[in-house]
Every structure is written in C-alpha cells, then in structure tokens.
Design a protein around this ligand. Structure first.
Ligand code: HEC
Length: 207
C-alpha cells in the first residue's frame, strides 16, 4: 500500500487539467431537439441520445447552449464524431454549415469539419454517463440475446455496429431512442473506440 501511495497522488495531480476541461462535457440522456435560439419554436435538428456535447455554460428559459464539434459528409445533413459515417451525433435536415479545415486537420475527400451550436432542454444533460451506460447494458443484455448469444462489443468496429443496427435495432422492437442508446454503448466499446474517445476529448476541450 505504502509503495503505491505517492504514485497515485502523482496520477491525480497529472489528471488535474483534463478534469477541469471535462467540467464542460455533457451527455444527452435522450435524443433532443436542438434550436438556434432558446425560444425558437422550430428545432433545427436533433442531437441523438448518449451523444457527448460541450456545454458553454449559458442557460436561458430552461435551455442550455451546447456546442457539438464533429464532421459532416457531402450531404451535410448529419454530424458525425469522426470523419467517417460510423457514429452519428446529430441530424440536421436543413443542412450544416462546414467551417474551413485547420492546417493540422486532415479532411478526407468529401468530409468537412463542422461545429453545431444550439440550445437543448437543460434537464437532458448529464455530466456523468454512468447511468446511461448501465441502462444501455441492461437493454443490450435483455434484448439482444432473444435470438442468439451476446455479441461481444469489442469484436466489431464502430462502423460495423452502425451497419448491423439497421437490422438488429428494429429486431429488438424497442423504441428508436432505446435502439440508439444500445448502439452508442456498443460503439463506445467497439474495437476502434479509441478514435471515439479522442473525439470526446476534443469536445470536452472545445471553447
Ligand atoms: C429477432 C431476433 C434477433 C434479435 C432481437 C437480435 N438479433 Fe442479431 N441476429 C439475428 C439473426 C437471425 C442473425 C443472423 C444474420 C441475419 O439474419 O442477419 C443475427 C446476426 C447478428 C450479428 C451479425 C454478426 C454475427 O456474429 O453473426 C450481430 C453483430 C448481431 N446480430 C447483433 C445483435 C444486437 C447487438 C442485437 C440487439 C440490438 C441483436 N443482434 C438482436 C437475430 C436477432
């Protein structure tokens, strides 16, 4: 015990700045309409359940301003966590406006960086995703084993989970949001989830 004490303390000190950045990281507890102004009647789109978002700290009329940096493809109607059509964070039917790529950002052909800014119900933002993930795991454990044994999340990539869900999601007969929640959990545990963690870290660090 004595031997690991100082090392643990050093680890906590080293984690200091990252923890401060994570103070603005939030998780959507349900898919939520996003509005360009707190009192706007018609939403511009929807941010999906379990998406990581950056809370700017502004709250008006029970709505919180959020910023969701990510990527969009040539259609510009969805915001993805990485420059790949595998993890959808938001859907914006009216279209997203990309920003120019920074010098150190490699934008694959057809992809552009984008930052969605808007207002969502403040009550739908959680600072800790633990409850969400345990609800997701319960759904997965009970609903994804009705026809075959559990598929281990880490045996598939985020893109494979996106593909499989077109068929497997509806097979659970769960409401759409529960299907999205299971999908998000599987993707956060996929074999290439490190790319998603890197995206979450960027969202937390946004200012
Ligand atoms: C109603 C039955 C049913 C339910 C519920 C179901 N599956 Fe499946 N699943 C199948 C069948 C049948 C296959 C075989 C391939 C096919 O027919 O598409 C399959 C194949 C798969 C595969 C393909 C890869 C492989 O190992 O064969 C994955 C991954 C998968 N299911 C995951 C899931 C997940 C995750 C859920 C819960 C969201 C789920 N399934 C719910 C019936 C189901």
């Amino acid at each position: 015990m004595h031997a690991i004490g100082p090392a643990l303390l050093a680890a906590f000190i080293a984690a200091g700045p990252a923890t401060a950045q994570e103070a603005s990281l939030r998780w959507l507890t349900a898919s939520a309409p996003i509005r360009t102004a707190p009192d706007e009647a018609t939403p511009a789109g929807e941010v999906l359940v379990a998406s990581p978002v950056h809370a700017t700290g502004r709250i008006e009329d029970g709505r919180a301003e959020i910023l969701v940096p990510g990527w969009t493809d040539a259609e510009r109607r969805a915001l993805f966590a990485t420059a790949a059509p595998s993890v959808t964070l938001a859907e914006v039917p009216g279209g997203l406006t990309p920003r120019p790529a920074a010098a150190d950002e490699a934008a694959p052909e057809g992809w552009s960086p984008v930052a969605l800014r808007g207002w969502v119900d403040a009550g739908l933002l959680a600072s800790d995703p633990a409850d969400l993930w345990s609800a997701a795991f319960t759904l997965y454990r009970t609903r994804c084993t009705a026809c075959h044994p559990r598929r281990v999340p880490g045996k598939y990539s985020m893109a494979e989970w996106q593909d499989y869900f077109r068929q497997m999601g509806p097979r659970t007969r769960l409401p759409q949001d529960d299907q999205y929640l299971i999908r998000a959990w599987l993707q956060h545990n996929a074999d290439d989830a490190a790319d998603l963690e890197a995206a979450v870290a960027r969202i937390a660090a946004e200012d």
